[in-house]
Design a protein around this ligand. Structure first.
Ligand SMILES: Nc1nc2c(ncn2[C@@H]2O[C@H](COP(=O)(O)OP(=O)(O)OP(=O)(O)O)[C@@H](O)[C@H]2O)c(=O)[nH]1
Ligand SMILES: [Mg+2]
Length: 398
C-alpha cells in the first residue's frame, strides 16, 4: 500500500468554483459533499472559499487574487491543508503548492485516500494502490521542478531528472505488477462467480451513503458494515436470499460518487464486474438528500461507463423516514412551488410516474414498506428465473 498522506486530522480549507451553469445553492451542496468527504478522511473544515469563474484558471485553478486571500487566511489561522473540489492538473498542483506553501489535496486525492483507508481485502488494496500510482505518475515532476525553479535550474537538472526518471520507472514497474496481480484476482473472482451457478443475481447499486448495506442487512439478515460515512463499503458481499420460494444472490458493493476518479473505475474492474454481470439492479437512492436527482444521474453515468445502463432496474427510494420538504402557507400567493416544496406524493407524480420506471419507497432503517419491497423484487426475480429455468417452474412457484 502506498503511504497515504498522514491522515488529515488538522483543520483544512475547502476551495471550489461556481461556473455559469451552476447556481450558488448547487455549489454549496457540492461543497457540503466535499466537507463530508473531508470529515470521512478525518479533517475538519475551517472555511470554504468559492469563486465565480467560467472555467478554472489553467495555472492556478482560482484567480491569483483569490488565491492570495486563501494564503492570507491559511497563514493567519495556521491551516495545514487546502482541498480543491476538482482534480488539479499536475501544473496547477505545482503552482498552487508554491503559492500556498501547504499540503494541497484535490478531490481525486481525497477519494483515493478514503479508499486506501477503507480497503480491507488484498483485492481492494491492490485496486486502490493501482489507482493511486496511476494518479501519482504524471505528478511526480513537481518536487524536482520546485527545486529547479528555486535554485535557478543550473546543476539541478541532471540529478533531479535522473531521480525522477528512476522514481517513474519504479512506479511503472509497480503498476505492471499490480495489473498482473489484479488480472489473477479477476480470474479467481470470475471462476467464483461461475461456480455460483445460474442463480439469479441482483446487485445493489447507488450513490455512497444511501443505505445499500443497511438494506442488504435487513433483507439478508447479514451483517455488512454500515455507517454514516462515505464509502463504508469497498468490498463486495454476496448473500443468498430467499423470498417466498425463489433463492437468488444479492450483492452489496462500493458506492458511487460524483466525479468518481476514472483511475478508480478502471482499477475497480473486478469489484464492478459484480454489477456488470448482475441480472437485476436495485438502484438505491437517498430521497432525503437535497441533491438526490443529481446522485441518480451520477450513478447512471457510471453504470453507462461499465456497460450496465440497460439492465432491468428497480429504483429504491430509501430514507423516506428522513424526507422533509418546505411548505407554502395557504395565504402565501407569492412563493412559487419548487422541488423543495414537493411532498413524497408530489414526487411520485413526476418522472417517477413513468411506467417504464419501477419504483419503491422504503425506509431500510425503520423497516417501512419492506414487504412491498420484497414483493417487487420477487416479481422481478421471478421473471428472470422463469426464463432461466423454464422446466423447473413446478418446483419453485405456487
Ligand atoms: N434515516 C435513515 N437513515 C438510513 C436509512 N438507511 C440507512 N440509513 C443510514 O445511512 C447511513 C449509510 O448507510 P449505509 O448502509 O452504510 O450506506 P451505503 O449505501 O452502504 O454506503 P457506502 O457503503 O458508503 O456506499 C447509515 O448511517 C445508515 O444508518 C433509512 O432508511 N433512513
Ligand atoms: Mg455500504
Amino acid at each position: 500500500m502506498i503511504e497515504t498522506r498522514e491522515s488529515i486530522s488538522e483543520r483544512v480549507v475547502l476551495i471550489g468554483i461556481i461556473t455559469q451553469h451552476q447556481d450558488e445553492k448547487q455549489s454549496e451542496e457540492y461543497l457540503d459533499e466535499l466537507e463530508f468527504l473531508t470529515l470521512t478522511a478525518g479533517g475538519k473544515t475551517a472555511k470554504r472559499f468559492v469563486q465565480k469563474l467560467d472555467r478554472p484558471n489553467p495555472k492556478t485553478f482560482l484567480g491569483t487574487g483569490k488565491l492570495d486571500d486563501v494564503k492570507a487566511y491559511i497563514e493567519s489561522h495556521d491551516i495545514g491543508t487546502a482541498i480543491f473540489d476538482d482534480e488539479l492538473s499536475p501544473a496547477q498542483l505545482r503552482n498552487i503548492e508554491r503559492i500556498l506553501d501547504c499540503k494541497i489535496l484535490d478531490r481525486t486525492n481525497l477519494i483515493l485516500d478514503i479508499f486506501a483507508n477503507r480497503a480491507q481485502t488484498s483485492s481492494a488494496k491492490a485496486q486502490v494502490e493501482l489507482a493511486q500510482y496511476q494518479y501519482l505518475l504524471p505528478r511526480l515532476t513537481r518536487m524536482w521542478t520546485h527545486l529547479d525553479k528555486q535554485k535557478g535550474g543550473i546543476g539541478m537538472r541532471g540529478p533531479g531528472e535522473t531521480e525522477i526518471e528512476t522514481d517513474r520507472r519504479i512506479i511503472r514497474d509497480k503498476i505492471t505488477l499490480l495489473k498482473k496481480k489484479l488480472a489473477t484476482i479477476d480470474k479467481q473472482m470470475s471462476v467464483q462467480r461461475k461456480n455460483r451457478g445460474k442463480m439469479v443475481r441482483v446487485a445493489l447499486v447507488g450513490y455512497t451513503n444511501v443505505g445499500k448495506s443497511t438494506l442488504m442487512n435487513v433483507v439478508s439478515k447479514s451483517d455488512v458494515f454500515a455507517e454514516n460515512k462515505l464509502f463504508a463499503t469497498l468490498d463486495t458481499t454476496v448473500r443468498k436470499v430467499v423470498i417466498k420460494n425463489i433463492p437468488f444472490l444479492m450483492t452489496d458493493t462500493v458506492g458511487f460518487i460524483r466525479k468518481l476518479p476514472t483511475q478508480l473505475v478502471e482499477s475497480f474492474k473486478s469489484t464492478l464486474d459484480e454489477v456488470r454481470e448482475a441480472d437485476l439492479l436495485l438502484h438505491v437512492v437517498d430521497i432525503s438528500h437535497p441533491n438526490f436527482e443529481d446522485h441518480i444521474s451520477s450513478v447512471n453515468n457510471i453504470l453507462d461507463e461499465i456497460d450496465s445502463a440497460d439492465k432491468p432496474t428497480v429504483m429504491v427510494f430509501n430514507k423516506i423516514d428522513a424526507y422533509t420538504h418546505k411548505t407554502i402557507e395557504e395565504d402565501d400567493l407569492v412563493t412559487e412551488k419548487t422541488k423543495e416544496h414537493y411532498s413524497l406524493d408530489d414526487w411520485k407524480k413526476t418522472w417517477m410516474n413513468d411506467i417504464e420506471t419501477q419504483n419503491i419507497f422504503i425506509s431500510a432503517l425503520n423497516k417501512s414498506n419492506l414487504e412491498e419491497f420484497r414483493e417487487k423484487v420477487y416479481d422481478e426475480v421471478k421473471k428472470i428465473h422463469v426464463q432461466r429455468f423454464p422446466y423447473n417452474d413446478f418446483l419453485y412457484y405456487e
